[in-house]
Design a protein around this ligand. Structure first.
Ligand SMILES: Cc1cc2nc3c(=O)[nH]c(=O)nc-3n(C[C@H](O)[C@H](O)[C@H](O)COP(=O)(O)OP(=O)(O)OC[C@H]3O[C@@H](n4cnc5c(N)ncnc54)[C@H](O)[C@@H]3O)c2cc1C
Length: 350
């Protein structure tokens, strides 16, 4: 049986960053990915300054194709309710950058030097005090000191380890559409009670996310649709992110709706943290270090989603939000990003 220090299950962005970090720390790593290609449909698009720095430190230059330093506007009808310009970090990373997730994943994959088994599924595991025997496909087995499930929200590793999945899936259905060509420069939350939406630029195109309410009609824009998909978002967390020698990271450990652009960021922070803690034998600190920030960002995502989706009380929402952005002190705080907290503490881990 082949032996490794770590088997990483799942080569999404989180698995890729983790494998790169562990390999750089001198560990032997095998990555196992069920699919034979990068997931092509629209998902993450926005990264805060800490996430940009983590990605840039993992693969220098990977931020180059991103659109940097963009403004966020809340609008309702013709009225602008407020504006946010997230400040840059002390080390010069801008407060908000937009990217194309499949291209980012392809760049991360290109940098990998460890063995990668595409088109191979983790189907079973047995662990003991010294490690984990991982079943791949129908019969092959490999042995590792650690198995990390970076295998997304439907994580097989989480299920096979018997870790409970708390939280809920939200009832609303969202249509996510990517187009080619430029539309406008900034990120807009359109607080329209008939059809709330967000839209933002991305390299080479523009993204829309529409809440599908009965009778809602999407605006007509003169751009070509390249991808579209319907999602129901969730806010969930694994009861435990570690069970013996099996760990969870990214969407396998927690999910949140995308309204604050923090889901992938949380996973990148997990990968960075584990990339330091695993080689140092400090795995016991992992969940304690990461869970508070994930909880905070999940609450923020749900709050932004609730503000955006207010229907019957939308006039009150508009008045309160516009008032808050104009209020002395509070307005300046909100305009710099308010409760979004990019400093999660993981950058201090080398
Ligand atoms: C519409 C939308 C917009 C979003 N916007 C943002 C945003 O702006 N900013 C942000 O930070 N986040 C955003 N997110 C969240 C972000 O996309 C996810 O958090 C992120 O993709 C999760 O990465 P991951 O690597 O943990 O999981 P995934 O990307 O899901 O990767 C998991 C991988 O594991 C593989 N796999 C599954 N099972 C097995 C198995 N048994 N064996 C081997 N491999 C397996 C899968 O094939 C997959 O490649 C958004 C999400 C959506 C849906």
């Amino acid at each position: 049986m082949q032996r490794y220090d770590v088997v990483v299950a799942g080569l999404g962005p989180v698995g890729a960053v983790l494998a790169l970090r562990l390999t750089a720390a001198g560990m032997s790593v095998l990555v196992v990915e069920r699919s034979s290609s990068v997931y092509p449909l629209p998902r993450a698009i926005a990264a805060d300054d800490e996430v940009q720095e983590l990605l840039d430190r993992t693969v220098p230059g990977v931020l180059a194709p991103m659109l940097h330093h963009r403004e966020v506007r809340f609008v309702s009808g013709a009225r602008e309710l407020g504006r946010i310009l997230f400040p840059s970090s002390a080390r010069g990373y801008c407060g908000l950058a937009f990217f194309h997730q499949p291209s980012l994943e392809a760049s991360l994959r290109q940098a990998l030097t460890c063995p990668v088994r595409l088109g191979t599924e983790v189907t079973g595991l047995e662990q003991d005090a010294s490690g984990v025997t991982v079943r791949l496909g129908s019969s092959e087995r490999v042995r590792a000191s650690w198995l990390v499930g970076c295998d997304g929200a439907g994580s097989a590793v989480r299920r096979l380890t018997g870790i409970a999945w708390h939280g809920r899936d939200l009832a609303q259905r969202w249509l996510v559409v990517d187009t080619v060509g430029s539309f406008h420069d900034g990120f807009t939350y359109t607080c329209d009670p008939a059809m709330p939406s967000v839209d933002m630029p991305m390299p080479g195109g523009h993204r829309w996310e529409f809440l599908l309410r009965p009778g809602a009609v999407a605006p007509v824009v003169p751009l070509e649709v390249v991808r579209s998909v319907e999602y129901r978002f969730g806010a969930r967390r694994a009861a435990s992110w570690a069970n013996g020698r099996v760990l969870l990271a990214g969407d396998a450990a927690h999910t949140m709706p995308p309204f604050a652009g923090q889901g992938l960021g949380a996973g990148i922070r997990d990968a960075w943290a584990l990339g330091a803690l695993l080689p140092a034998g400090r795995v016991a600190e992992y969940q304690r270090l990461r869970a508070p920030h994930v909880r905070e960002m999940t609450r923020l995502s749900l709050l932004v989603g609730a503000v955006l989706q207010a229907q019957h009380g939308s006039a009150v929402r508009d008045a309160v939000l516009a008032g808050a952005f104009r209020a002395p002190g509070l307005g300046a705080w909100l305009s710099r990003g308010g409760p979004r907290r990019p400093s999660s503490g993981v950058l201090e881990l080398r």
